[in-house]
Design a binder for this molecule. Structure first.
Ligand code: ATP
Length: 310
């Protein structure tokens, strides 16, 4: 395991921000942390970075307690953004990269390709204060990864970016994964978490309520439905085994499936009697999983036998 959190806890006065949280982040994955506002995501990330010291529990990198060289191996984009406004883009990138142990020469060679990729090349010698908020965020992302860290931690990377820039950052995150890097990010943007994560962890009120590979979390949620478009009388469909309910819409019929429904059998049974124009299995979206899970008090989930650990 690249990164492990073992029973970490942090309270501010009598407010428990993170409660006995354990996470395992394997090497080479994209790991998403989701959760409502105030759930404890930033506190968790700050404990990983050793900016906030846990009251109890420990954070391990490669099985060892983190040491001083830790920060050179990690690229961290904090939730609160901030770059030196009077410096030029080039100066900021070199300054941040040198802090992480890279030479000026190495960094200078990397600046143009990165700024071009971010559509910021023409600003290389301009001051940071001349950039818009979203542009500054892209620049800060460059300073986070310019030293080639193998663990990249991004707190709310997508907030404040337009859809084109969200796509740009998403593609870079995928490239970083292909290079073997490990990326841990927090987000409220479920669509991006859904597109990117190999593994997803949801925190609610300081506790872990979902933890698993994205496809397994979805399968475990067990609320698939099927949308069909047929020609003929579909009155018999509601009676088929595995079909829990039928809702008719203008152009299609939606079947709510029971937990262990066999979609192949259902398709065959329908196709035997009527013409099927469309048969789409619709997975539960991460958005819906988030909403349904966030409504449940974590204590209630734990009483029922713990998290959706898969
Ligand atoms: P958001 O999505 O809104 O950024 P989050 O999941 O990152 O939220 P945290 O910032 O980790 O949540 O906050 C978790 C809880 O800890 C909240 O109840 C917050 O009020 C509390 N908290 C965080 N930092 C402090 C602090 N420095 N002092 C007191 N309470 C704090």
């Amino acid at each position: 395991m690249l990164l492990e959190l073992k029973n970490v806890r942090k309270a501010y006065g009598d407010k428990v921000a993170v409660d006995n949280l354990s996470l395992d982040v394997p090497k080479g994955v994209i790991y998403g942390i989701i959760g409502p506002n105030g759930a404890g995501k930033t506190t968790t990330i700050r404990m990983i970075m050793n900016i906030t010291v846990p009251d109890s529990g420990e954070v391990l990198l490669d099985g060892q307690r983190v040491t001083s060289d830790f920060r050179n191996r990690v690229g961290y984009l904090p939730e609160e953004r901030g770059l030196y406004k009077k410096m030029t883009l080039e100066e900021v990138i070199v300054y941040m990269g040198e802090l992480k142990g890279r030479t000026r020469r190495e960094l200078i060679a990397k600046i143009d390709p990165w700024l071009q990729r971010m559509n910021l090349a023409e600003y290389r010698l301009k001051k940071v204060e001349e950039l818009s908020k979203g542009m500054q965020q892209k620049l800060q992302f460059v300073t986070t990864i310019i030293h080639g860290p193998d663990l990249i931690i991004l707190d709310e990377i997508f907030s404040g970016l337009d859809p084109l820039n969200i796509e740009l950052i998403k593609d870079i995150i995928l490239d970083l994964k292909r290079e073997g890097k490990t990326i841990l990010f927090s987000t409220h943007v479920m669509e991006q978490a859904e597109k990117l994560c190999d593994h997803v962890c949801m925190i609610n009120r300081g506790q872990k309520v979902i933890d698993g590979r994205l496809n397994e979390v979805k399968a475990g949620f067990g609320k698939n439905s099927v949308q069909i478009d047929i020609e003929g009388d579909g009155g018999f469909i509601a009676e088929l085994e595995g079909v829990g309910g039928v809702t008719e819409f203008n152009n299609y019929i939606e079947l709510n499936l029971e937990e262990k429904a066999d979609t192949n059998c259902i398709l065959k049974a329908i196709a035997d009697r009527v013409l099927v124009r469309r048969f789409d299995i619709v997975e539960p979206s991460l958005y819906n999983i988030f909403i349904d899970t966030a409504r449940i008090d974590p204590a209630e989930l734990n009483n029922k036998g713990g998290t959706t650990d898969v």
